[in-house]
Design a protein around this ligand. Sequence first.
Ligand code: 28F
Length: 638
Amino acid sequence: MSEFSTSGQYDASNIQILEGLEPVRKRPGMYIGSTDERGLHHLVWEIVDNSIDEAMAGHATHVIVAIEEDGSLSVEDDGRGIPVDIHPKTGKSTLETILTVLHAGGKFGGAESGYKVSGGLHGVGASVVNALSNKLEARVYRGGREYIQVFQRGAPDAPAADIGETEKRGTKIRFWPDDSMFSTVEFDRDTIVSRLRQQAYLTKGITITFFDHRDGFVYRFYFEGGVRSYVSFLNRRAEAIGDVFYAERTIDDMQVEVSLQYKKDDYDEKTISFVNNIHTPEGGTHLVGFRTALTRMINKYARDNEILKEKDSNLGNDDVSEGLTAVVSIKVPEPQFEGQTKSKLGTSEARGAVDKVVAEKIYEFFAENPKTAKGIIDKCVLAYQARMAARNARDTIIRKGALEGMTLPGKLADCSSKDPVKSELYIVEGDSAGGSAKQGRDREFQAILPLRGKILNTEQARIDKIFGNQEIKNLIIALGTSIGDTFDVSKLRYHRIIIMTDADVDGAHIRTLLLTFFFRYLRDVITGGYLYIAQPPLYKLAKDKKVWYAHTDEEKERIRLEYNVVSDGIQRYKGLGEMNAEQLWETTMDPQVRVMSRVGIDDAERANEVFRVLMGEDVAPRRRFIQSRAKQVTNLDV
Ligand code: 28F
């Protein structure tokens, strides 16, 4: 190990640092998932999570996040400040170690080290942000002194320097993402604001302020009520049954927080679960504990108060979930994650802890709010009856063999391969594009299902009505999985389902309807990674018998300039119908050249949310949704 130099310039020692972070710069996707916009925002979450950790440990109360005028991003907290003492073994300060050694910041350890969000299984640590930033400036306010250390792509210019007195305390990190690494280095305000709102709900009592210094936009979050406020926010557009239920308790080092409220006329469920502030879209033991306890206590209360008679069968989890909005947040010192995207909690003790908290407190809540309890149970009983009716309706339809795939719909142009792994289904908007797709496809492994016009608005329709809609029925039969509680993803007849709609507003509408339908009734098709969206080209450029296709404006400009294509050699595609079969194949269907994106669960969830706001029946939220994107607002969310 080379002698640690104290001179301003670092000599051989920082080569070792570069080696430490070299793998990050070589394969960034291994650390932050991707280098597109989503990966860029992972850099923000890494740093913000460190501040939230400091707040969760009770040492910070304010976090400030800012997009600076030059497009860089800064995060500041008023915690203890990362230690700057020099570590005898490495000769480096703790600050420099955290920022230059992989996984250095997030030490594992019992509850005394708090509930680590960053640096844990999900956090890769601030050093990854440092490695992927052209520049990173760390400031520490500690012991009445201010320290600063600047890095370029993870290598420090010099040791941490004491630059004078300060009244402040805490840590501030500002970074300039490396534009040679990311497809975009432009931060998205909405993405950051909605994540900060969520973190503020999950860390009750913290104040998070967001500044966009590019245009003076300010947002401040402070939620005294923690997840109780979160449930109120989630239900803000709905009419609710009674007050919000809230329970909090620490059992064996696990801090459990649960809140719920039922909506009156809506039967859509929205239960969001977290571990150490990390969203667990695949649920896990904490969510199982929540659901079983809630169902058990609702049945118990219903029987104790003769709403359910001796002869009545128990209400099931599904009946208890209709119209339910709930947030389950648990903090566990060393959580075990499972599942495909490591976003399912495996820690078995969490199930018992959440079950215990819910069972104890929800019965008390019902006893203290008998009207609310009656309203909830009546709704659950109604859901039970509707489920029975739908099951009977479905059974009659299935008995008629309509859904057993006995009669594949006439509109489906199936492929000859019977191997689902090789087969793919294009869901195409409109009969004309459907026709071209049928002609242009490779019939060995590509099936086509044309969709006529707008499919059913599944936002409001009940399951028995959905079965009545021919387009939906065709789709379900073609997929082969059935739907609802007879759904079986292993019966899927195609392992790639590709939504191909026009690039215009109508196409976006149909795509949103389809995404919402899959999200609502065929969710495992999404979580299994089977659902894609085709990206047809936006432009066709032609010159001297040569033809190019462009998927983005930038690509079109690059080709136009490179080959000097005159403007009347450039066609902007309005819809799929303008392409003939051969063009459709060679631009959008040929696996060698086509561009398509895989649908993630949060894309579909966001479509579902956007769908509800834009397609729901209340006007106010639609106006708000549109306004909040059209003008700058200063909002105080309480
Ligand atoms: C803008 C981003 O990163 N805030 C942080 C602290 C405070 C401590 C700490 C962080 C690793 C091994 C300790 C201070 N004093 N905001 C942040 N604030 N990390 S990151 O320590 C991590 C070290 O041991 C801190 C006493 N204990 C901990």
